[in-house]
Design a protein around this ligand. Structure first.
Ligand code: AR6
Length: 180
């Protein structure tokens, strides 16, 4: 696992499954607008959480690209799930700003809920088609910029699904930490 600290917030990069982060206070869902189960991360999170999650989500939907909402975690080993709707690449514009808004809003919700460890997947880089290198640059830059304003969030973990996504995030982390 690689890590780096920005203004007292540790950023960790690891390969793994977002539903298997028992020490995270919140895991982030790469959601759909209806906050229903689906493929990828959303399917894995809803399967692991059980039907109570979809029931809690229903009255909160729909959400727009760039928005995020927080719920309980039901059958997951975490306290909360934060559902982000990333941009569909090439269609929801400006995509970089909408993706940055997902990370910023999720971190603000986690901080307001007094959470310490937050685990993110690479939002929009699966079904929504965002090139992973570009998405990683947006994600790491946004976390680094948000870090000074966070009071309870102490660790932001990126849980990447494969080596290619890890490499992209490692490169982005090196760029952003070089700037800081
Ligand atoms: N843990 C961590 N990362 C994962 C996991 C997992 N269990 N499963 C997939 N990934 P995606 P999006 C990676 O498609 O692009 C859904 O159907 C995956 O390799 O889950 O934001 C929803 O219902 C990719 O790099 O999210 C929406 O309709 C990244 O997580 C739509 O897809 C995100 O892939 C959202 O698309």
């Amino acid at each position: 696992m690689s890590h780096h600290e920005f203004s007292g917030v540790t950023v960790e990069l690891t390969v793994g499954d977002i539903t298997a982060q028992p020490d995270a206070d919140a895991v982030v869902n790469a959601a759909n607008a209806q906050l229903r189960t689906g493929g990828g991360v959303a399917g894995a999170i809803h399967r692991a959480a059980g039907p109570g999650l979809a029931d809690e989500c229903a009255p909160l939907a729909p959400i727009s690209p760039g928005q995020a909402v927080i719920t309980g975690a039901h059958g997951l080993p975490n306290r909360h799930v934060i559902h982000c709707l990333g941009p569909v690449y090439g269609s929801d514009e400006p995509s970089a700003e909408l993706l940055a808004s997902c990370y910023r809003t999720a971190l603000r919700l986690a901080d307001e809920a007094d959470l310490g460890v937050v685990a993110f997947p690479a939002i929009s880089t699966g079904v929504f088609g965002y090139p992973v290198r570009d998405a990683a640059a947006v994600a790491l830059r946004t976390v680094a910029r948000a870090a000074p304003d966070l009071t309870s969030v102490s660790t932001v973990r990126f849980v990447l699904f494969d080596q290619r996504a890890l490499d992209a995030h490692q490169a982005a982390l090196a760029d952003v930490s070089g700037d800081a």
